[in-house]
Design a protein around this ligand. Structure first.
Ligand code: ADP
Length: 378
């Protein structure tokens, strides 16, 4: 952590199904693929550790060099506004949040349990996707629904991608050489999942995702904000049950649903340049929604000093950034076409006379998790 250098990264895929594989990328050699059965998360993590200490392609001598493990955990409900060292109480709290994130928290918990078993005595730290947004005021997180559902089930807005929004907001302040406490920043995390956050005084005061990551912007396959009455309407017209409607809203909507082509913005941008009208429409809808949120967040913060683009689309698509910023001069935001013609690296892409700054900052959730972990075990 002294140099904050990545010494290896990797990805274990297809855990529990056929064709499991670990991609191991050490910084001192070639990337390798290890094809080995991973019936559970425990075996997968065992293979990860074996790769890290391997005599040929490993990056550390032994497991003793692992001082702590940081875990990205999706949902901590209202329980944690900061990262924490994971003890039994924290594990119980995460289990209580399973209802809120049925797809994500169970594998997160399995990963933590597997690490605890494989590395007894090594501290585990939980870094939560929801934590950064716990600073939202009740007026930003309460839905206009019968209040009893909030009390009974915790139905409220939580927000996600918190680690990423926090990281890029802090980087923006560093790059602009300003105290984050004096800045009003809108952070746009635009990937397959997309969300946007209003960061004032270094705190999240509103964010576009809500009770689940389905709310807010249009995304790769998620619908984002829609009139909720559409659900009942589709149940009736298409003779669907509510789970099937949920599946459509999560997996078949977004830019995939509009374009009918792909959830991958690269495919859609290509089709649009080739004249496909629905592909163009999907991109227009996406940009329009991001623009609306930028305006809304300028309003809730009482101004705007900077906007930040990050994640797959935000970091790579100059045309999407340009379309989003078109017409935002009235907020003091002027994008510089030439400076915007860049990708994947930190840059200020607004014109010199733009009173509010536009930045491109690649997100680095792993670094944020590592930093929080280091700080907590010190
Ligand atoms: P997630 O972590 O939510 O899966 P990412 O942040 O990795 O998402 O972003 C993935 C998205 O970024 C994909 O939909 C992809 O189309 C888009 N993307 C990646 N590279 C480019 C590019 N060069 N141009 C346009 N879109 C891109």
């Amino acid at each position: 952590m002294e140099t904050q250098e990545v010494i290896a990264k990797g990805l274990a895929e297809r855990i529990g199904i056929s064709g499991s594989m670990l991609k191991h990328e050490p910084n001192n050699g070639d990337s390798i693929k290890i094809e080995q059965d991973m019936p559970s998360h425990k075996e997968a993590l065992k293979i990860v550790i074996d790769a890290l200490i391997h005599k040929d392609y490993g990056v550390i001598k032994s497991m003793d060099e692992i001082g702590a493990v940081g875990h990205r955990v999706v949902h901590a409900g209202e329980k944690f506004a900061y990262s924490v060292v994971i003890n039994d109480e924290v594990m119980d709290a995460l289990k209580e949040c399973i209802d809120l994130a049925p797809l994500h928290n169970p594998p997160n918990i399995l990963g933590i349990e597997a690490c605890k078993e494989l590395m007894p005595g090594v501290p585990m730290v939980g870094v939560f996707d929801t934590a950064f947004h716990q600073s939202m005021s009740p007026y930003a997180y309460i839905y206009a629904l019968p209040y009893e559902y909030y009390i009974k089930y915790g139905v409220r807005r939580y927000g996600f991608h918190g680690t990423s929004h926090k990281y890029v907001a802090e980087r923006a302040a560093d790059i602009l050489e300003k105290d984050i406490k004096e800045l009003k920043i809108v952070t746009c995390h635009l990937g397959n999942g997309a969300s946007i956050t209003a960061v004032k005084d270094g705190k999240s005061i509103d964010t576009s995702m809500g009770f689940t990551p389905l709310e807010g912007l249009a995304m790769g396959t998620r619908c984002g904000d829609i009139d909720p009455a559409i659900c009942g309407f589709l149940v009736e017209k298409e003779e669907l049950n509510i789970n099937e409607v949920g599946n459509i809203l999560n997996k078949k909507s977004g830019v995939l649903g509009i374009s009918g082509i792909s959830s991958d913005f690269r495919d859609i941008e290509k089709a649009a340049t080739e004249g496909n009208e629905r592909a163009s429409l999907a991109l227009e809808v996406f940009a329009h929604k991001v623009k609306k949120y930028i305006g809304a967040y300028a309003a809730v913060m009482g101004g705007i000093d900077a906007i930040v683009f990050t994640a797959g689309l935000g970091e790579n698509s100059s045309s999407m950034r340009e379309n989003i910023c078109k017409g935002l001069d009235f907020l003091g935001l002027k994008i510089d076409k030439e400076k915007n013609n860049t990708r994947g690296k930190e840059a200020i892409i607004s014109t010199d006379d733009s009173t509010a700054k536009i930045l491109l900052i690649p997100t680095n959730e792993e670094l944020m998790i590592a930093k929080d972990t280091e700080e907590l075990i010190k």
